[in-house]
Structures are given as C-alpha cells and as structure tokens.
Design a protein around this ligand. Structure first.
Ligand code: NI
Ligand code: MN
Length: 237
C-alpha cells in the first residue's frame, strides 16, 4: 500500500465518508464531517482551521457534526440550497448553495458538484424533511491535483463525464453495499472514472455495509488502478 499519491495533497480519513484535504499551500477542506462515527470519534477542534466544509447530501452519516464544525471553524459550507437553508436555521453562516454541473472557487480551490445516484433527507428529530438531491464533489487544488468524493451512490454511466471533464487523480468511492455501491459496482465505477488511485469508504461502519477493500483490490488486480485502503485517523499524501 502506498502512502504517496503524488500531488502533495494530504488526505486524512476520519471513518465512514469523512475526509479532510490539505493543499500544498495549506488550504483545508472537510467533506461529510460525521466525526462521531463507530470507527472513530474526532473532536471538531481536531480538524483545525478550515477553508470549507462540503456536504454531499443530508443523511445523518454525512451531515454529521457539520453544524458544530461550521460554528467552531467559521468555514464556508458548500452544499445544495436545501441543505444550506436548513443549516441557516441552525445558526450556520457563510453558506454557499450550489448545484450539479457548477463549480465554485473557495480560496483558489475549485469545487465542482457532480451527480450521485442515491436519496437525501434531513432528520430533524421530528421526522424527515427534503434534503435536496444527493451529490458528489470534484475538488481541484491549486496545482491541478483533483480528488473526486463520490458521496453515497451506485455506479452510473455519467461517471464518464466526471472522467472526461475533471480527470480526477484519486476517487473516494463507497463500497459497503446495501445503501451504496458494493465492490463489484465500485470496480466498474473506478474503471469509468479512470483515476489512478481509489480510496474505499463507507464500509464496515455498520454490519450491513459488508463490502471490503480486499474484494475491490481483487476485482481491480488487472487494472492500472491502485486501491489505497485507509484506517480511520490515517493521512496519506
Ligand atoms: Ni446517504
Ligand atoms: Mn451514507
């Protein structure tokens, strides 16, 4: 297993689908900050200063501690307008509502919102309210290194659009099955996306998320794609 992806971007995994990226110029972005998950519990302070927090969709295992993290860091929050509206009611400011196909610039880092095949809703504690449409993100850093966080999704043919337009260097793909892709779909997706590196996510957190990185590695053994399995709390560069 490599801990060098090239590109000089540091990627830290906090378990499930929660990641933090740090660019060579010190810009920091968190995605789907469910920081109190069964794999690992991380204080919001541990993420340090953040330029932005990206939310792929509103399910609790992705929205996670976004409210407290946004308040602690005053980072800008990038999400669909429906999620931003909800976060606004929780006292979060600095909201950037965007939608699929668009790109926003956050302090020199380009954040594009991409499609995902899933659902989205906000659990208010008194029931579910609409949470917009599920999404993924391609984050392109100052030096051109691009990371695709797929969010929760099944494989879909339009992943080819992501490959053709954004050419991600690394793809963070869910593999757990049940709610998201299983390793078989993830292997198919990895070939469509064409990233040199794949980081598996969204597996093992609950028993039903039964897909494993070993299955993905086996399925991709004849492809020029390196599966980089990360432990919760680990950083690769
Ligand atoms: Ni979900
Ligand atoms: Mn999920």
């Amino acid at each position: 297993m490599s801990n060098k992806l090239g590109g000089g971007v540091k990627i830290t995994f906090f378990g499930h689908a929660a990641f933090r990226f740090e660019s060579p110029e010190g810009k920091t972005i968190a995605v789907d900050p469910w920081l109190e998950n069964p794999a690992r519990s991380t204080d919001v302070e541990a993420l340090g200063p953040l330029n932005a927090i990206l939310i792929t969709h509103a399910h609790g295992d992705h929205l996670g501690q976004a409210v407290s993290l946004a308040k602690a860091t005053r980072a800008r929050v990038v999400a669909q307008p429906e999620i931003c509206a909800y976060l606004g009611t929780q006292g979060v400011g600095n909201l950037i509502g965007m939608n699929k196909g668009g790109t926003v610039d956050v302090d020199g880092i380009k954040v594009a919102m991409t499609h995902a095949v899933h659902s989205s809703s906000i659990d208010t504690g008194k029931g579910l309210i609409p949470g917009g449409d599920p999404a993924g993100f391609v984050i392109t850093f100052e030096n051109g290194f691009a990371a695709y966080h797929a969010g929760d999704t099944g494989a879909f043919m339009d992943m080819k659009i992501i490959r053709d337009i954004y050419s991600p260097d690394v793809a963070l793909l869910p593999i757990g099955s049940h709610y998201v892709m299983d390793p078989r779909e993830a292997a198919y997706a990895a070939r469509l996306i064409g990233a040199r590196f794949v980081i598996p996510m969204h597996y093992g957190t609950f028993p039903v998320l039964s897909g494993t990185p070993e299955e993905l590695i086996e399925l991709l053994k004849d492809d020029d794609i390196e599966v980089v399995t990360m432990a919760a709390g680990e950083t690769v560069e």
